[in-house]
Design a protein around this ligand. Structure first.
Ligand SMILES: NC(=O)C1=CN([C@@H]2O[C@H](COP(=O)(O)OP(=O)(O)OC[C@H]3O[C@@H](n4cnc5c(N)ncnc54)[C@H](OP(=O)(O)O)[C@@H]3O)[C@@H](O)[C@H]2O)C=CC1
Ligand SMILES: Cc1cn([C@H]2C[C@H](O)[C@@H](COP(=O)(O)OP(=O)(O)O[C@H]3O[C@@H](C)C(=O)[C@@H](O)[C@H]3O)O2)c(=O)[nH]c1=O
Length: 285
């Protein structure tokens, strides 16, 4: 099986490349410099030339706060870029695995979010991802939209931010009223390859949206406590969201119900704390 990957320079993109090499999967990986997904003719050219069995879109505009000002840039990548991939994949009859986010929800639901719950994004990033989902669903034909959350395991994420801030702060204040499922990029990569294998089997017809995130649900404060477990500093202080003013509002409830992906693909929710300890051990923290 040959898989074409976009956004290869990002957290999930890098994890996909590492896992492909470990599992002996043939990939053609493009980072932003080698394939800008906003360039429709480049997308057509690269996908046609390599004729992959599956395309995985790991490219995205992910700067949540910056997106409030850079609306056009966010929509250009997350909506138009996704549309470009969907159009080419549809024309060539190639399944498209597209990644989306918990931030398409407003977080006001009492329980975990199901795939067909109404979306109502609170910020520009969430709206641009929601638009990307809509275009993929309308155009791609054979598509999987994998909604995930709170990704860590690459260069830029909450874990690295916390470790960096701990170098210069004895105390950190962390929001304790937003709950979600932290998810390791390696676990997302593994799930995407499992889906790719099943989706290319004859007769597969379970296209659609799937939720996948780590367990157990946790607040950002709880996540920070796990990052610094066993350390005396920094001292962590729980605060409400309005105690940490940022340009983009985040959903209070980001918990994704992951029973559909278990039922259809037999994929379990991984314990994110396991991946976190592995990452911290590697960094000798
Ligand atoms: N990070 C998170 O917490 C979460 C992420 N997701 C989703 O998961 C997916 C992967 O995210 P993640 O790996 O964390 O994100 P990253 O920001 O780590 O990676 C995204 C990559 O896409 C690249 N990119 C940006 N614009 C383009 C473009 N026009 N053409 C091609 N590549 C481009 C970026 O390049 P450059 O760095 O040069 O801009 C970057 O390398 C995304 O769809 C994201 O929305 C979902 C839930 C949570
Ligand atoms: C750095 C910092 C953040 N926070 C809060 C702000 C925010 O509510 C929360 C997380 O902040 P971050 O900016 O690291 O993460 P954020 O950009 O909100 O992460 C999101 O990224 C996008 C791409 C997604 O799709 C989401 O699933 C989610 O992972 O922690 C604190 O309370 N104290 C701090 O010192």
């Amino acid at each position: 099986m040959k898989i074409l990957i976009t956004g290869a320079g990002g957290q999930v993109g890098k994890a996909l490349q590492a896992l492909a090499s470990a599992q002996g999967i043939e990939i053609v990986a493009y980072d932003r410099q080698s394939l800008d997904i906003c360039d429709r003719s480049a997308v057509q050219e690269k996908i046609s030339a390599s004729a992959p069995h599956v395309v995985i879109n790991a490219a995205a505009y992910t700067a949540v706060d910056k997106a409030e000002e850079e609306v056009e840039a966010a929509f250009s990548v997350n909506a138009k870029g996704a549309e470009n991939l969907a159009m080419t994949c549809a024309a060539l009859d190639i399944p498209l695995l597209h990644i989306s986010t918990d931030f398409v929800f407003d977080g006001k639901k009492a329980g975990a979010y199901l795939e067909d719950d109404d979306i109502a994004p609170l910020n520009v990033y969430g709206r641009s991802k929601a638009e990307g989902e809509a275009r993929v669903a309308a155009i791609a034909g054979k598509y999987i939209i994998l909604r995930t959350a709170w990704v860590f395991g690459g260069a830029q994420n909450f874990v690295n931010t916390m470790l960096r801030l701990a170098e210069s702060h004895r105390e950190l204040t962390i929001v304790d009223d937003q709950t979600g499922g932290p998810t390791a990029a390696d676990d997302i990569a593994s799930v995407l390859f499992r889906i790719a294998r099943k989706a290319t089997q004859p007769g597969f017809n379970d296209w659609g949206i799937f939720h996948f995130s780590g367990a157990p649900p946790m607040t950002w404060f709880g996540f920070a406590q796990m990052i610094f477990k066993g350390r005396k500093t920094p001292v962590l202080k729980p605060i409400p969201s309005d105690g940490y003013p940022v340009p983009a509002e985040r959903p209070k409830n980001s918990v994704l119900d992951c029973t559909k992906i278990k039922r259809v693909f037999d994929i379990d929710q991984p314990d994110w704390r396991k991946a976190l300890s592995g990452i911290l051990a590697e960094q000798k923290v």
